[in-house]
Design a protein around this ligand. Structure first.
Ligand code: 16G
Length: 241
């Protein structure tokens, strides 16, 4: 498996072989990697060389070490392309994954000052407050708190929000969604996120705040989402102005 005559360094050959096994599914996320000693004996190379290959893969986030336990294959993250304005349901379907929702809360409440300002409505005007866990293949990906003016997006039901809000707005209400602005922040999971996203204490989460407008410029939602940083990564195309 290792070509000692090759000009390609041995640690690099081993790295490529481990990566290939991760990519073809022979090594699965969460599996433990054979020990340095096993690789060294099996391939007849030094443990130092094995360590170098493993360290590089840890640095590149293919593998991670857990103290006292060993080295494990890291879960591949979902890459969300942020170049278009899409919904969670669309994102998951585009990947061939089954989207799901766990509805935590759905009610009409009077808007507080801050949300009213962001939605450009009067304070105390009725808004839907929706809290959902967004699932992919039944695994929690994000906790989403959505605020929508009830006088603008009429007729939302708990049934609708357990499916797709954007689809309801566009197909049933025949309104056109226009553009959004988003802010990203790295944070540490709070108690609610630990519970609903089923992640360990002190886990990192990506906090995203999105404000979205209809095509006519009316703001129709303020969404505060917490994405699991171990499951999600985001991709942008950047163009030099
Ligand atoms: C995405 C949006 C969220 C929107 C939701 C609609 C981000 C950060 N957020 O999760 O603003 O409300 O999609 O999803 O991308 P739905 O149509 O599946 O209900």
């Amino acid at each position: 498996m290792i070509d000692k005559q090759s000009p390609i360094p041995i640690y690099h050959q081993l790295e490529e072989q481990i990566k290939a096994k991760i990519e073809n599914g022979e090594y699965k996320p969460g599996d433990s990697l054979p020990s340095e000693r096993e690789y060294a004996e099996q391939l007849n190379i030094s443990r130092m060389t094995v360590r170098q290959a493993i360290t590089n893969l840890v640095n590149e986030r293919y593998l991670h070490r857990i103290k006292g336990k060993g080295t494990f294959i890291t879960e591949q993250k979902l890459e969300q392309n942020l170049n278009g304005l899409t919904s969670f349901t669309e994102d998951m379907k585009a990947r061939g994954m089954e989207p799901g929702n766990r509805l935590i809360n759905f009610e009409i409440i009077p808007a507080n000052q801050s949300i009213a300002e962001q939605l450009h409505i009067a304070e105390h005007a009725p808004i839907y407050e929706i809290k959902r866990i967004r699932l992919a293949e039944n695994i929690p990906m994000a906790l989403e708190r959505t605020y929508i003016p009830a006088n603008l997006i009429k007729g939302l039901t708990d049934n609708i929000v357990q499916n797709s809000i954007y689809q309801y707005i566009e197909s049933k209400l025949a309104l056109k969604i226009g553009k959004a602005s988003q802010i990203f922040e790295a944070t540490i999971a709070n108690e609610e996120e630990i519970e609903y996203l089923e992640i360990p204490e002190l886990s990192p989460v990506l906090f995203i705040k999105r404000t979205t407008q209809l095509e006519d410029g009316t703001t129709f939602e303020v969404v505060k989402s917490s994405y699991r940083a171990d499951r999600y990564k985001f991709m942008f195309d950047l163009e030099r102005q």
